[in-house]
Design a protein around this ligand. Structure first.
Ligand code: ASP
Length: 434
């Protein structure tokens, strides 16, 4: 049994949904299909989910969402017409959704309706069962999946049926509609794959797999044929953006392979994401980078003399809303990198004053415009020449390194560069290493 998830671009209009039908009907093993809300048809188009958030914003100001909702309703009706589905029952459902948003049911309810309507419509088109997500998928307050969800789904799924399931939402422990973070239909697909014990989880999108480098930067960017769950996590951690980074968790324990495939080119093999791969011939999977980091540096003679100092410093950072992403420790110093968006200048100033006085620091400094570049691959630790190549490639382009972190994960080499040099660094490293 195969679970398929189709993203927003795969269900953006009737033409795309016809491709979905051809794909799922080509293999009888494709029995559970998760769908997103209609995404962009071209680069200037709007995503239905974004419009639903806009509807909710109007409702929260006490205004009616009618003008924005009209665009959503038109979008669905044009899809219904294109697919030749009877419009009348859907028009009533659309009106009901509009009234609920206007009645103030909130952002999560509003946003979830994109997937809900999409799934109902596609179920009608394919003649499959519509299985709503919200009584079964339970989402914890921190956004993680409640264990009970798997049992709930196992009880309801029948082996000889075919299901269309809306992605992106479930319910909270009280049964109220709750969404995952943006792009969360990937997580729904992973949950269903695990609950149904699928032999594979096909993630259908508009590119032919995960690229080893951002194809907007490098013309001959290649699709990665096989990569591990760890490599995907590491690449996502440094900004690569194809598959939701939290969607690995439900499939990793059951070791269900994920196949990222292209709805517009279904014959392409795509990328297989598996538990293990041999790294001898292809030590590296990809290179990616993420901007928007700031750095805090603390110095004090004998800083770590007292036990618990690191912990106390981190607790203080947390009080000011800072959760560092990367750290470096020296004999008498600590450096933390954190996402700049986590705190304003005034919050940072207050935090530095407090840290300096409570810990009697010799120096404390915050600076911005950092980027983290990651060279990711299962073989990163085994190829000693790699570091030389990395440093050489950056040196040739006169790119200075702020730090080099080799070994923490054993699957990635992390480098700190100035944000202005992010793209140059990625291109230089790709050309030198791949
Ligand atoms: N429709 C949601 C979003 O735009 C979820 C998804 O597409 O996975 O984020």
């Amino acid at each position: 049994m195969i679970v398929c998830k189709f993203g927003g671009s795969s269900v953006a209009d009737a033409k795309q949904i016809k491709k979905v039908k051809a794909i799922v009907e080509a293999d009888p093993k494709r029995q559970i299909v998760i769908v997103s809300a209609p995404g962009k048809r071209d680069k200037d188009d709007e995503k239905v989910t974004d419009m639903l958030y806009a509807c909710n914003a109007l409702a929260q100001q006490g205004l009616t969402c009618k003008p924005v909702f009209k665009k959503i309703a038109d979008r669905y009706t044009s899809i219904l017409e294109g697919l030749g589905i009877e419009k009348k029952p859907f028009v009533a459902v659309l009106e009901e959704v509009r009234q609920m948003i206007d009645a103030g049911h909130g952002a999560e309810y509003a946003a979830s309706r994109g997937e809900y309507l999409s799934a109902r419509m596609i179920a009608a088109y394919l003649g499959w069962d519509f299985l709503d997500a919200d009584p079964y998928i339970v989402i914890n307050p921190d956004g993680t999946v409640h264990e009970q969800s798997y049992e709930n789904l196992r009880k309801v799924l029948k082996k000889d049926r075919k299901y269309i399931v809306p992605g992106f939402y479930g319910c909270d422990i009280e049964g109220k509609v709750k969404t995952f973070s943006r792009g969360g239909s990937d997580i729904t697909g992973a949950i269903l794959s695990s609950a149904a014990d699928a032999e594979s989880y096909e993630n259908w999108t508009d590119v032919s797999g995960v690229y080893s480098v951002d194809p907007r930067l490098v013309d001959d960017a290649k699709v990665i044929k096989t990569m591990t769950y760890r490599e995907l996590r590491e690449l996502a951690g440094v900004g690569a953006n194809v598959f939701h980074e939290e969607a690995i968790a439900p499939v990793i324990a059951a070791q269900i392979p994920i196949n990222v495939k292209n709805t517009n080119a279904p014959a392409d093999m795509g990328t297989m994401i598996v538990n293990e791969r041999t790294s001898e011939t292809t030590p590296l999977a990809g290179v990616s980078a993420k901007k928007g980091y700031s750095r805090i540096t603390l110095r004090k003679l004998m800083l770590f003399k007292q036990s618990g100092t690191r912990h106390a410093l981190l607790t203080m950072l947390h009080v000011f809303g800072i959760r560092p992403s990367f750290s470096l420790f020296g004999v008498d110093s600590i450096v933390w990198f954190f996402e700049t968006s986590q705190a304003s200048e005034s919050v940072l100033k207050a935090m530095c004053t407090r840290l300096a006085s409570e810990f009697s620091l010799d120096a404390i400094e915050v600076d911005h415009n950092h980027a983290i570049v990651g060279v990711v691959g299962e073989g990163v630790m085994d190829h000693r020449d790699l570091i030389a190549k990395v440093v050489g490639a950056l040196d040739r382009e006169s790119i200075s390194l702020n730090f080099l972190n080799f070994g923490a994960s054993e699957t990635s080499l992390l480098l700190g560069v100035h944000a202005d040099k992010t793209q140059d660094a990625v291109i230089a490293l790709y050309n030198a290493l791949f």
